[in-house]
Design a protein. Structure first.
Length: 229
């Protein structure tokens, strides 16, 4: 099958799964921003997206997209390195017109994966997973108390710093990956590539800033001892 047997096919899979994950990040960011205005409304959203059948189906689908994206990312990276052979050691300077993010997508991807593992530990494990196993108080708070878990997570300065590092890596990963996906899918003339680069920078900044604002606001609330405000 050309989606797995050819380099172009593998890039198409990377692009499609990447775009789908960007759409999910957009939804997740918008959902998190609800917590900035109303803890009650945010917890209602968390309860709606708990261990219900539709949420579980979506979770499995997202997990599949993420795993496929990771596998194909490593696959393409190994393929590119094998194609270059020893030549990759012959050049010490970064080639002109090649973005830093493009040269470090694998490292950025690994940081994103590690950040996701931290996110799972602090939220998914204590919320949806807790409901799945029938122990809604697994994390010390009720599984639907998303607002409480945000407060709990960002009461720890180490977690706050790690999340900020994660989000910075995510920004670099998205800004390159977004326009690169569009290029792979056919928008590859110079006019549209420049437009997509601009759009990807703006869109990625909005997504990451949305997540970052939530982290900063709740960290400051904890620092001021304002758990109920």
């Amino acid at each position: 099958m050309w989606l797995s047997n050819s380099s172009i096919g593998r890039k198409v899979v990377m692009s499609v799964t990447g775009i789908a994950l960007v759409l999910f990040l957009t939804f997740h960011m918008a959902m998190n921003c609800v917590a900035l205005f109303s803890g009650e409304a945010y917890n209602m959203v968390c309860e709606f997206l708990g261990a219900n059948w539709y949420a579980l189906v979506a979770t499995v689908g997202l997990a599949a997209l993420f795993v496929i994206h990771i596998i194909y990312a490593f696959w393409l990276t190994m393929q590119n390195r094998a194609a270059r052979g020893n030549e990759r050691y012959a050049v010490n300077a970064r080639p002109k017109n090649v973005e830093w993010a493009s040269q470090n997508m694998l490292v950025l991807g690994i940081i994103v994966i590690l950040g996701l593992a931290l996110h799972f530990m602090n939220f998914w494990y204590k919320m949806q997973f807790a409901e799945i196993i029938g122990n809604p108080m697994l994390g010390g708070l009720h599984a639907a108390d998303g607002y409480g878990y945000i407060m709990q997570t960002f009461s720890n300065p180490l977690f706050f710093v790690l999340y900020i590092i994660w989000l910075i890596a995510l920004w670099f990963h998205l800004t390159h990956g977004f326009w690169s996906a569009m290029q792979t899918l056919g928008w590859n003339n110079m006019i549209w590539i420049n437009r997509w680069k601009c759009i990807s920078n703006i869109y990625s900044t909005i997504i990451v800033l949305g997540f970052m604002v939530v982290a900063v606001v709740f960290f400051l609330k904890n620092m001021m001892g304002c758990g109920a405000c």
